[in-house]
Design a protein around this ligand. Sequence first.
Ligand code: C2E
Ligand code: MG
Ligand code: MG
Length: 578
Amino acid sequence: MESASAQIWPARNMSDALALEGDDAYLAQVAGIDQWLNALPQAAAILSVFDDQFHLLRHNPRFSEALHAAPANALLEQCADRLRQSIVQGIESSSFEMRRDGRLGPEYFTCTAGRLGSAEGRDYYLFTISDRTNERTIEKNLRRELLSDGLTALPNRTGFGEEIDDRLRNSHWPDNAQFGILAIDLSRFSRVNESLGPMAGDELLITVAKRLKSCLRQGDVLARIGGNDFAIFARLNNGLSDILHIVQRIDEALSSPIRLSDLQIRVDCAIGCALSIDLKEDPDDVVRKAQAAVKIAKQSGKVEIYRNGVLKEAQRRFSIESRLRDVLAQGGLTLAYQPLIHLQTGEITGFEALARWHDEELGNVWPSEFIAVAEESGLITSLGRWAAYEAAQALSRWDAKFGQALPVSVNVNLSPIQMARDDVASVFEEALRYSGVAGNRLTAELTESAIIADPEKARKLLFALKDLDMAIAMDDFGTGFSNLASLHSLPIDILKIDRSFVSSMLGDHDKAVIVRTILSLAESLNLRVTAEGIETQELAHKLQAMGCWQGQGYYFARPMSEADAYDYWRARWNFETV
Ligand code: C2E
Ligand code: MG
Ligand code: MG
């Protein structure tokens, strides 16, 4: 528009006219000026500038409309300031944006000023104003949608980053200030979604968002950065102690149950925190550290503060998870078999099947590492199914090699998560049918936590396994919190005393007392006992003397391949002594 008017309106003519007749006379002579202004699709005016003062000479009706609101003068004042700057700098034309507070909220204008010419010490400008309020409002709404979570109206992951940048840039921070990020993961959220439906899940998230919001101090930011993940950005005046105060407030806010339809739900959450080193640290890094800490908190059940190295661990867990997914699909895991020895006769009564994974990229990964990742990622269901089939198949291959059924059984480990999520009894039923081995050749090893998590479900499963004629062993016994009544009422056959009691019982009187107590408890409940972690002959003899039924440990043998296990059994069959 500017360049068009500059072409149609030759500066020479205008300055001539101005020189001859002055402002009013010139405007009177050039009849087209009003028509030109009216033809402009936006508010426009001719200004004269003299001694730094602005005079509005002519304008179109749209110009008065644009300035109709009360703070019009303020807008003109702002424009005048910008124009003055342009003039001082000798700029021929300039374009700038103005904002004013209108009755319905902020209004935005794009202003342009183009110098028309000068005469008698006066400069003449064509000044235009375009109202951009609509466009800016749409833009802002779109942006808000992009940056916020539709359900809770909190910032999302991207919005969180922008809010943090804004706080860091625009508020006053003392020297050596720090900020902290708290990552909050709602436990059992997927169970609410699965059992009560997504509407209840949404309601839970909204209520939790409101409660978390009540824990914020001025300047803190709460965001929903994932499905059931919230995060808080907190300004820290007293480092860790501030963080712990917020954690305490969160605990209090979530302590009372939430009502969802007819149910009262108690919300648990895992909290991981990370503190910035200083204000220059990239907030995204601190968020990642807090997320790594929350992963650990989910395992440990307590608030975790990020420490160096945790991020590396989180990355390793991530690669373990993605490799494990492939390896399970491609059949890259194996089972190793560790002999179980009858302590009184020296016979090999069976083997415990232990998962082994040698990965081409990650090297040897141990069950202590990958079972936890499998449980966290849900891959434990396929891993558990695979282990049940593979153990039953190994028995049937040994039987085929020997020409008849070997008098040994194989113990298969069950994870509490697998028991909660899968129909474990059907898995074993099919594994047995497929391999053609009898149910009494398999023993299920489960831990006390599996029973505590859902006693009724565990009870049904154990009876279903007994219906298949399988034996049931309580693994790592002594480390959990089982109540003795449940031991009595559940169909458990074997207690496996945890290695932590067995291995040190010779030098530690308390441990020896625990082992002795478990043995007499088992006797009165009519259970058999296996001692795990026997590493010396002395220990083996001691446990034998104490009347322990079975032993397992490096003293007898380490876990070995399927073929080695067969040879081991074959070589010792009928020739054993402890
Ligand atoms: P667990 O079921 O208690 O298995 C016994 C663990 O102790 C095995 O570790 C075994 O190698 C180790 N061990 C046996 N004797 C000795 C000894 O004399 N000294 C020492 N220091 N250790 C001994 P591993 O194979 O690393 O397995 C660790 C845990 O991983 C197992 O503990 C079990 O809970 C879990 N796991 C292994 N395979 C599977 C599986 O297929 N499914 C499930 N759900 N869990 C599994
Ligand atoms: Mg075990
Ligand atoms: Mg064990």
